[in-house]
Design a protein around this ligand. Structure first.
Ligand code: 5GP
Length: 177
């Protein structure tokens, strides 16, 4: 596979579509096993998680609700410490098993906030499903129950992840050159 240019930056192929799909399948099998007899609420964090959520949720066989929320914590290629509020959560979370569906956990600040919010709303159980995880950038200590794969702390695009709004549409992952 070739390099791609997204706006002013070059990215090289990093994780293939095949490898990503294999990880999604493994996550779905684990979720289906753990959630047997339960009715979880999947909380998809937009925009980045839309492709992961679409692939994962089509493989979920237990009864479930799916909801989409928005948060914004990134601009360009650098993180900011302020996390905006959760927008669009209409579902009742109290006494429910909630599975957060996220594209990537980097510092962990974003998901840590979401977990705290869901706990305040009295969710009975909060689990995290993340396609990519950067262990060397992680600054929090929550558990990622369903993880696709670890990656180095490089900036990546594709599979839902963007650089300045572009690059989300690629079915595989690219790394900044
Ligand atoms: P955290 O709060 O864990 O540092 O960051 C989480 C959010 O930052 C993710 O939902 C994602 O939107 C964004 N992010 C983190 N790392 C990357 C990356 O390498 N590429 C892109 N495009 N976004 C990232």
């Amino acid at each position: 596979m070739k390099k791609i240019k997204v706006k002013d930056k070059e990215f090289i192929p990093f994780v293939s579509e095949h490898k990503i799909q294999r990880a999604v399948k493994q996550i779905s099998q684990q979720v289906n096993q753990d959630m047997a007899g339960k009715v979880p609420l999947f909380l998809v964090i937009l925009n980045g998680a839309f492709i992961f959520a679409s692939d994962l949720l089509r493989k979920i066989t237990v009864d479930c609700d799916i909801t989409f929320v928005k948060l914004a914590s990134y601009e360009g290629t650098s993180t900011t410490s302020t996390v905006k509020e959760l927008i669009g959560l209409g579902e009742v979370v109290k006494d429910r098993t909630v599975i957060i569906v996220e594209d990537i956990v980097d510092t962990g600040i974003t998901i840590d906030h979401v977990i705290q919010m869901l706990k305040k709303m009295e969710a009975s159980d909060v689990k995290v499903a993340a396609m990519f995880f950067k262990p060397d950038a992680f600054q929090r200590d929550f558990h990622i129950h369903y993880k696709g794969m670890d990656i180095p702390p490089d900036f990546v695009v594709g599979y839902g992840l963007d650089y300045d709004g572009f690059g989300r549409n690629h079915p595989c992952l690219f790394r900044l050159v």
